[in-house]
Design a protein around this ligand. Structure first.
Ligand code: MRU
Length: 349
């Protein structure tokens, strides 16, 4: 399996995802600025992977701080955390990971700063290791919605490349493959940055999984032919009422699935569930630059002065979602009640 992020000898190594699928270039991230840049430019992307990268970003940022009393060290750490948090606004995993690092520092405030730095490095490593286990569990829970012989449609990339391992939406597919099931995938290209065609097809093909690439506007036709048994997508933030922000175009796919009577599932770790955000309307949606639409991948495809709107995510209303596959089980409606329940230890199938 690919290694999306690897922390070694005080450096974070990532696959530069902007170069895929033509080049598999591993880059070393050595400073917090490089980490910010990698997240902002989507060299590392996908909600869980962004969270992990940000935790390592904190480690890189505090490494050379000279402050030796806790309060001044903590002030600097907060600045670093705020800076990393300003890279991308939608995926809540980023803020969750930064918050966890800040809390860990506070819990150890009476220890020498050099020791706290070591503890925070270990915390970032734990965040990554836990994500791996969580994704594996999402796969085990998610396989419930699959059957041998199924064809799954997915949007964007919620696979290995978006996490530490296995992925979220793709985790049940990898498990099905391991069990020897005959599983096929249709991958939406995912305009404008093509995570579906550049990343999802790439990683599924590396794993020997049967994948067919379609452009986003072909999904309706493929569904109408009866070729899709189930849709599974990832998520960047799940609001308390079960509304889900995910890659732009997900909402359209959910509407199409409803129109064709195809089950629509969202897969994600509980770290993507944000009970502090009441509904999808409260989720901040990242808007990205115009060049991604008018001059994608170096080819101008629109008049250079055309007006452009480029939201990176949309919100799928909870009523279009058959279930949210988490590491704690599959959460179903009523989401406002059942999402809270999984945090209290009960709930989920
Ligand atoms: O802009 P991206 O590539 O970071 O968007 C990624 C997605 O929307 C994924 O579906 C989501 O983060 C879940 S990844 C397990």
């Amino acid at each position: 399996m690919l290694k999306t992020l690897e922390y070694r000898d005080g450096k974070l190594y990532i696959i530069d995802q902007t170069k895929l699928p033509t080049e598999k270039e591993i880059i070393a991230i050595e400073t917090v600025e490089e980490c910010f840049d990698a997240i902002k430019k989507l060299k590392v992307r996908g909600a869980p992977a962004i969270g992990i990268a940000a935790a390592y970003g904190v480690v890189l940022g505090i490494k050379d701080l000279e402050e030796d009393d806790f309060n001044s060290f903590y002030n600097e750490l907060k600045k670093i955390s705020k800076y990393l948090g300003s890279s991308r606004p939608t995926a809540v995993n980023l803020f969750w990971a930064l918050d966890r690092m800040e809390k860990k520092a506070l819990e150890n405030k009476y220890k020498p700063v050099e020791e706290i730095k070591k503890i925070l490095e270990e915390e970032a490593i734990s965040i990554q290791r836990e994500d791996e286990k969580i994704c594996k569990k999402i796969g085990e829970n998610g396989i419930e919605v699959l059957k041998d012989g199924y064809t799954i449609l997915t949007h964007c990339n919620a696979g290995v490349l978006a996490t530490s391992k296995y992925g979220t939406a793709l985790a049940p597919i990898y498990l099905a493959k391991e069990r020897g099931w005959n599983i096929k995938v249709f991958a939406d290209e995912t305009r404008p940055l093509l995570q579906g065609s550049r990343l999802t097809t790439f990683e599924l093909m590396e794993a020997g999984i049967d994948v067919t690439l379609i452009t986003d506007n072909m999904a309706a036709m493929v569904m109408s032919k009866g070729w899709i048994d189930v849709v599974i997508v990832g998520c960047d933030r799940v609001a308390a009422n079960g509304d889900v922000a995910n890659k732009i175009g997900t909402y359209g796919v959910a509407l199409l699935a409803k129109a064709h009577n195809i089950p629509f599932y969202v897969a994600g770790p509980t770290t993507t569930i944000d009970l502090k955000t009441p509904t999808g309307k409260d989720i901040v949606i990242e808007e990205r630059g115009r060049e991604e639409i008018i001059c994608g991948f170096g080819k101008q495809t629109a008049p250079s002065n055309v007006k452009v709107y480029n939201p990176a995510f949309d919100v799928t209303p909870n009523e279009l979602i058959d279930g949210i596959i988490t590491e704690k089980g599959i959460v179903r409606a009523p989401y406002d009640i059942n999402l809270k329940t999984i945090f209290s230890g009960a709930g989920g199938e």
